[in-house]
Ligand binder design. Structure first.
Ligand code: FAD
Ligand code: NAP
Ligand code: SF4
Length: 677
């Protein structure tokens, strides 16, 4: 066992089932659950994680009946045929010596279904359908459905179930006054509000007195008005213990809460104090989760005594080998989840299959296969941005002989700029991962080397990959050469910027640069107390839902910033589905003036002259920062295609297409190309 992570790698028994490590792979719905042949792919996805020593896998949420499914037709477990599908998952995990529990999730009023149900007929602010109030008879039937679903899970070979009681789903809806305004035996005082989950747990325990794990995901922090109080949560926890669960998993925040709980700006392990609070008043094991993404953080949560196990979900999309790498002293080789949500939750909420920005193989294990080649090729990759790094590493993993050219002094391309944005410090981890892989795989990395066509042709490569990225677009505005105009690269590399600034372009980079400009140079990275205060979270859980009396509506800003775009649509409309609102809220709080429908007239000593709604204005700013998008850098491509028409030339990332470029596409193209050599 690795001495660095003694707590994390220690076995533990839940109920009567022994887990080989204290690492739980948390529940994630991948979308494969609803695909034809999806369970075969899902089996491979789980098999790989089980092979690499995860203590316990918890599946994505599976509904106990049709109306409880998150969207109409989403996965449920009630029939023999469905049991057969699930058996593929349990067999795959057990063959690797792992354990697997199925999460039972009834979405209640969160179900994207006009026939959704809830304790009371109160619509959620994030779904379009008003739920039907369950009758007393329906409530009994739903309890029976949960128990039947657990019986089906047992038949399918699962080692247990996790009852989803947090995040604002049905059980949470019964528990909180916010959503439960019934006056019958299922609503009113706490005793009646908790009757529904307790009956479910008692029923499952009665069906399986032992050898079947029951985890309960308890909401420690609702983060919504009318949520539970600490007193209520702890009282409920005591009843759950008596009802026969084996461990508590902790949930943080309802989906409708306007407080980030897992995005990259949330400090690591930001909520483990909530698990610690629970642990002090119960005797069963407690599982901590949310923004735990490295073995160091996970180990310290356990070593501090804040929890008995840790649950990580997205980190297992990013790297299936997380646990074995930690155990084998290779933590620096872990591909760390940067909490961007771009390929996982943003996909899920857009109806696409979940994958991972840093690991595009996640969820596609049966399709994208990295294996040693019999035909070693000499491969030149030009540009060590995300696309080039991913291509070089994957090609080397396949056994090819790879040279990676980078004209700058360090690898990383634009990620070196991204990592400097306050709240995006996790991007450092991706660079650390690639650096270690490149070293380990002995890729010939030639820094400070601008690749030219003649030299490349002379070296006689079998494949040349153009990953030269993008160049900032310079918009044709009168006065664009004025000394007060700066590019985003200048700003992020430390150019002096005055106290008032206009940012031209409100895409992802315009938003990030505005965030950067509102902080002063002394910004020290994420701070837990600052985060909790900014977002109105009360760690003493005095008020219902764990909210302070008021979140900080306005925050100080190092500069006056105007963020501008020509389109008349809302600024930031195309930012990530699950994170765009956070960026917009942050900038609003820092007083950034956001203007749409802007026509840029000229830049001169006075400032930036614009026209909005047929009115002209001069923004008397010290600097104008250009974030007006990018164009592909194809100089080398043109020169090679002209001078060496027979060369096997490829383009990936920004060099292939600048429009709608992001690191997700860049890395995916790099990996997919490399496995095709
Ligand atoms: P680049 O990163 O541009 O890399 C190209 C590399 O090629 C550079 O290192 C360059 O020096 C090198 N090069 C060029 N020509 C040569 C040559 N002839 N010889 C040798 N080397 C050469 N994306 C996201 O998905 N999520 C985000 O949150 C996000 N945030 C961002 C924040 C900021 C501030 C910025 C600037 C970008 C952000 N991005 C984000 C965008 C993301 O970084 C890019 O989409 C990605 O870097 C593109 O990868 P690439 O490899 O195609 O190009
Ligand atoms: P972008 O998203 O394409 O935005 C470019 C902005 O420039 C737009 O607001 C556009 O708005 C404006 N613009 C375009 N042409 C212009 C012109 N000729 N004159 C003036 N304004 C012009 O590009 P980006 O912000 O450079 O980001 C690059 C990529 O990095 C993006 O695709 C993004 O996905 C990725 N990224 C992602 C994140 C993230 O959080 N996920 C963060 C940063 C970057 P108008 O045309 O309306 O003026
Ligand atoms: Fe983590 Fe981003 Fe990958 Fe999701 S897409 S698992 S948040 S790195």
């Amino acid at each position: 066992m690795n001495a660095s992570y003694p707590h994390l790698l220690a076995p533990i028994t839940l109920g009567s089932v022994e887990l080989r490590t204290r690492v739980i792979m948390g529940s994630m719905h991948t979308g494969l659950e609803e695909q034809p042949q999806g369970f075969e792919r899902l089996a491979e996805f789980y098999r790989l994680r089980a092979k690499h020593d995860v203590g316990l896998i918890v599946t994505g949420g599976i509904a106990p009946n049709a109306e409880g499914a998150v969207i109409m037709g989403a996965a449920k477990l009630t029939t023999e045929k469905e049991i057969e599908h699930h058996r593929q998952l349990t067999d795959a995990v057990h063959q690797e010596g792992g354990k697997i529990c199925m999460q039972i999730l009834h979405a209640g009023r969160y179900a994207y279904n006009p026939k959704c149900v809830a304790p009371s007929a109160i619509q959620s602010p994030i779904t379009p359908f008003k739920p039907r109030e369950l009758s007393a008879e329906d409530v009994e039937q739903t309890i029976a459905d949960f128990i039947h679903c657990a019986q089906c899970a047992h038949q399918a070979g699962y080692d247990g179930v996790e009852i989803m009681g947090s995040e604002g789903y049905l059980i949470n809806q019964f528990l909180a006054q916010r959503t439960n305004q019934r006056q019958d035996e299922w609503g009113g005082d706490l005793e009646r509000r908790m009757r529904f989950p307790l009956r479910i747990v008692e029923g499952i325990r009665a069906a399986f007195p032992k050898d079947f794990i029951i985890l309960f995901r308890i909401s420690m922090l609702d983060l919504v008005e009318g949520g539970s109080t600490l007193e209520e949560i702890l009282e409920f926890a005591k009843h759950l213990e008596k009802a026969g669960i084996d461990a508590f998993n902790t949930g943080i925040g309802w989906h409708e809460a306007r407080i980030p709980t897992i995005a990259t700006l949330v400090p690591r392990a930001a909520f483990t104090w909530a698990s610690a609070t629970l642990k002090k008043s119960v005797s069963l094991p407690v599982i901590a989760c949310n923004r735990i993404n490295t073995p160091e953080v996970a180990e310290s949560v356990l070593a501090n005594g804040d929890a008995d196990l840790v649950s990580m979900a997205r980190p297992f999309l990013a790297d299936p080998e997380f646990v074995t790498k930690a155990a084998n002293d290779k933590a620096d080789f872990i591909n760390t989840c940067i909490a961007c949500n771009q390929a996982c939750l943003d996909h899920t909420f857009s109806g696409k299959l979940a994958s991972c920005l840093v690991n595009p193989i996640a969820g596609r294990e049966t399709e994208v296969i990295v294996k040693l080649t019999d035909h070693i090729k000499r491969v030149a990759v030009i540009g060590a941005g995300p696309a080039g790094m991913a291509c070089a590493v994957t090609a080397a993993q396949c056994g090819h002989d790879v040279v990676l050219f980078e004209r700058h002094t360090e690898i990383g391309g634009q990620f070196n700029l991204a990592k400097q944005i306050p709240g995006k410090e996790e991007f450092y981890e991706t660079l650390r991962y690639f650096q270690h892989q490149l070293n380990e795989l002995s890729v010939d990395v030639r820094l400070k080397t601008e690749a030219h066509s003649d030299a490349l042709i002379q070296e006689g490569f079998d494949h040349v990959v153009i990953a030269t990225g993008v160049l900032p677009r310079i918009p044709p505005i009168t006065g664009i050469d004025h000394p007060k105009v700066l590019g985003y690269i200048d700003v992020l590399k430390g150019a002096a910027v005055g106290k008032s600034v206009a940012v031209i372009g409100a895409g992802g980079i315009g938003f990030d640069v505005s965030e950067f400009l509102t902080h002063d140079a002394k910004h020290q990275g994420p701070d837990l107390n600052e985060f909790l205060a900014e977002w109105g979270i009360d760690p003493s859980l005095k008020n219902r839902g764990g909210l302070t009396d008021s979140a900080e509506d306005s925050l100080s800003s190092a500069r006056e910033v105007f963020l501008l775009q020509r389109k008349t649509t809302k600024l930031g409309q195309d930012l990530g589905k699950t994170t765009g609102w956070i960026h917009r809220t942050q900038l609003k709080r820092r007083g950034v003036n956001m203007l749409n429908g802007v026509n840029y007239l000229k830049i001169d000593d006075e400032g930036l002259h614009i026209e909005v709604n047929d009115q002209t204005h001069c923004l008397a700013v010290d600097n104008v920062v250009l974030c007006a998008g990018q164009e592909s850098n194809r100089t080398l491509w043109h020169s090679l295609s002209e001078n060496a028409p027979n060369l096997k030339l490829h383009r990936i990332g920004g060099a292939e297409m600048a429009g709608e470029l992001d690191a997700k596409r860049a890395i995916k193209e790099g990996v997919e190309l490399a496995v095709s050599f």
